[in-house]
Design a protein around this ligand. Structure first.
Ligand code: HEM
Ligand SMILES: *[C@@H]1O[C@H](CO)[C@@H](O)[C@H](O)[C@H]1NC(C)=O
Ligand SMILES: *[C@@H]1O[C@H](CO)[C@@H](O)[C@H](O)[C@H]1NC(C)=O
Length: 253
């Protein structure tokens, strides 16, 4: 008896309690199928994958499309920065592609517009990672570029892991340089139209010194002015400013 009663209720699929959710599920299925570029869904899953050709459509030329930019294979919607990235913008070359290397080289022409970071120092690689952080903070992440940094499944490649490891070393080196430099105070410096430039120490004597880690950091030489106490002045590697006395506290350059 009881069973028969239940069976009679079963066929009522048209009931709003079943039909409504079913209908909504069907509509959202259609919606997500027809709009693969649905930003909410893609940023939720972080899985919209671009090819180089697809990304190039979003280079700011078509006014009906958003502007996308890639850095280390992460793709961001930079449409709100149209004045920089749109047609005629100073950074238009970053639009529609991954030109990671140009973030440190500043070379926006020809082969300069590449995503390869080969041969860059660890601190330069760190600065590209900082740019990616900047875009994450400032713009909307829309997906990944399949290629050097992400494979066709959207997984990070060996190359991306290598870049991140190198950036971490760069970051450590920069920290070390900061603590090393904090041990010897920097000179004060001033520049004026008539007086030219000068350096001086409130405590100690101005000397030019090679930044210890700079060669490891950038492959380039770089010096800074630091203030040394009288009993430190015989240390190797300290350079007296040209035309400045051994015990002068102030040097005109
Ligand atoms: C390696 C060289 C350089 C790179 C890769 C670079 C990159 C960029 C990028 C990507 C932006 C846009 C940031 C955003 O989306 O808000 C920007 C903005 C800006 N850049 Fe550069 N830049 C470089 C050199 C310079 C130099 C040499 C100057 C000045 C002499 C400069 C001045 C500016 C200014 C003023 C803005 C802000 C513009 C605004 O907000 O209206 N940049 N830069
Ligand atoms: C942007 O891409 C379109 C289509 O790929 C191309 O015709 C156009 O020249 C590109 N514009 C720029 C500024 O690179
Ligand atoms: C930019 O890079 C290209 C290719 O590597 C090179 O030929 C060109 O001289 C570079 N330009 C500047 C301004 O450094």
């Amino acid at each position: 008896m009881e069973l028969k009663k239940l069976n009679k209720k079963m066929p009522k699929i048209w009931s709003p309690f079943i039909g409504l959710p079913l209908g909504l599920a069907f509509l959202s299925f259609i919606f997500f199928k027809l709009y693969p570029l649905n930003f909410n869904s893609s940023s939720l899953h972080h899985q919209k994958l671009f090819s180089v050709e697809e990304l190039s459509l979003y280079n700011g030329t078509d006014p009906n499309l958003p502007i996308f930019l890639g850095v280390l294979g992460s793709v961001f919607d930079v449409t709100k920065g149209k004045s920089h990235y749109g047609e005629g913008g100073g950074y238009n070359h970053f639009a529609g592609r991954d030109a990671s290397r140009a973030f440190v080289s500043g070379n926006f022409t020809g082969d300069g517009l590449t995503d390869s970071l080969q041969g860059l120092s660890s601190t330069e690689v760190k600065s590209v990672v900082d740019w990616r952080d900047f875009y994450s903070r400032t713009y909307i992440f829309v997906g990944k570029l399949v290629g050097r940094y992400y494979n066709s499944e959207g997984k990070p490649t060996k190359y991306l892991k290598g870049v991140e490891a190198k950036a971490a070393r760069g970051s450590q080196l920069m920290e070390k340089q900061k603590t090393e430099e904090a041990k010897v105070p920097s000179c004060n410096s001033r520049w004026s139209q008539n007086g030219g430039s000068e350096v001086w120490c409130d405590d100690g004597f101005p000397r030019l010194v090679q930044r210890p880690l700079e060669i490891a950091l950038t492959g380039k030489m770089s010096k800074r002015c630091a203030c040394f106490k009288e009993d430190e002045l015989e240390k190797p590697g300290l350079e007296i400013y040209e035309g400045c006395d051994f015990l002068a506290k102030r040097c005109k350059l």
